[in-house]
Design a protein around this ligand. Structure first.
Ligand code: GLU
Length: 376
């Protein structure tokens, strides 16, 4: 289990799962084995108290298979007609699978104009929150049969990103046919390496994703990265993960290594805190008393010299240290405003005494709250 993943999933309650066509359709149309396996996982998670909202593709691919159409559908009316055939089947399969687990589902078909109209947007939000309160699983897809270009989401990655925002999901899990995001196209290079963690979606990350799609999907990796960018920008972490891998959802929610995790970016402080907590190495330890422990853990305060009992290690101003209680339990990590030599001189004293002891005082706190992560 890995710290950053565990931290990311620690407060997750509402999960937006998006399933791509390439995950649930094969040569035989809808792949019931995969659908049943994913539904089993989602039902188990619902049983554990998570709320699940599902965005699923597969209508067009399923309709095409039903009608025994070979080759790709060229015209928009053909795709719209195939979606009309396939959507019913898609829902029947999900509905049966969830009902076997004692859960009801609700179908919601949307076009982009449903979300750009404020009143309809609010109606959709209310419907989704009521379904969630009732413990019903909303299953959402684009209303392909009525959507024309101007009112299309384009692909379900984009639709799912918008839904994640509407339902205020705590995580967006985008299940696809690849293992995650690679540093270059794995279909073209044997050296392609899976990127397991993305702190920030930079231009290099965007360049690593190609527009190429599977034979049944629409968006390709490019649209998945754009969707990840949208949700992480509003503080929702995103995982792009292999939908056919056994126990994939359970593994993600157990903090196990799976797919590519994109950390939320909404709050710069948050990413700075992630950096403090996970990227930097601790250079020493400050042993703090019970009063300081309470101030840090319960009151959201900074660490002052008065609460420090002892200093371990040699470090400079700006370096990372751990704050521990007298039993050695790590309570917090942060960047110090003073060196270890200075802290040894001022520990136990009031901040007002710093100047007279050190001959300078740039800060009142040893570690300011903004530069501190509580780990307990
Ligand atoms: N709405 C389409 C379908 O159900 C899929 C769109 C997509 O793959 O992004 O077939």
């Amino acid at each position: 289990m890995n710290d950053i993943r565990r931290q990311t999933i620690s407060n997750v309650k509402k999960i937006l799962v998006k399933i791509g066509s390439a995950v649930i359709t094969g040569a035989e149309g809808l792949d019931l084995k995969i659908i049943n396996a994913l539904v089993r996982e989602m039902s188990d998670l619902a049983g554990q108290g998570y709320s699940i909202v599902l965005v699923t593709s597969g209508a067009i691919a399923s309709g095409k298979h039903r009608l025994n159409i070979k080759g790709s559908l060229k015209s928009i009316p053909e795709k719209q007609a195939a979606a009309a055939v396939g959507q019913g089947r898609l829902m029947r399969v999900y509905s049966k699978a969830f009902e076997n687990k004692g859960l009801y589902v609700a179908q919601i078909l949307l076009t982009l104009s449903d979300l750009t109209d404020r009143q309809r947007y609010l109606n959709i939000r209310n419907t989704l929150s009521t379904l969630t309160q009732w413990g019903v699983i909303p299953i959402i897809n684009e209303n392909d049969s009525v959507a024309v270009d101007e009112i299309k989401f384009g692909d379900n990655d984009n639709l799912a990103a918008m839904i994640a925002n509407i339902v205020e999901a705590d995580i967006f899990i985008n299940l696809t046919s690849t293992a995650g995001l690679y540093d270059c196209n794995p279909a073209q290079s044997k050296k392609a390496k899976l990127i397991s963690l993305v702190h920030e979606i930079t231009s290099e990350i965007e360049a690593a994703a190609t527009v190429e799609t599977s034979s049944v999907g629409t968006g390709g990796m490019k649209s998945k990265i754009l969707a990840a960018k949208k949700v992480t920008a509003i503080g929702i972490p995103c995982v792009i993960a292999p939908g056919k891998r056994k126990n994939i959802l359970t593994d993600i929610l157990a903090g196990k290594e799976a797919g590519t995790l994109f950390l939320p970016m909404a709050d710069r402080l948050n990413s700075k805190k992630y950096w403090i907590a996970f990227t930097l190495r601790s250079r020493g330890r400050l042993i703090i008393d019970d009063g300081a422990k309470k101030a840090l853990l319960d009151k959201g305060k900074s660490l002052l010299p008065s609460g420090i009992i002892a200093v371990e290690g040699d470090f400079d101003q700006g370096e990372k240290v751990s704050c521990v209680d007298h039993e050695g339990t790590i309570l917090a990590k942060g960047l110090v405003n003073f060196s270890s030599v200075e802290i040894r001189k001022i520990m136990g004293l009031k901040s007002s005494k710093i100047y007279s002891v050190l001959g300078h005082k740039d800060y009142d706190e040893i570690i300011h709250r903004d530069n501190m992560v509580i780990t307990q």
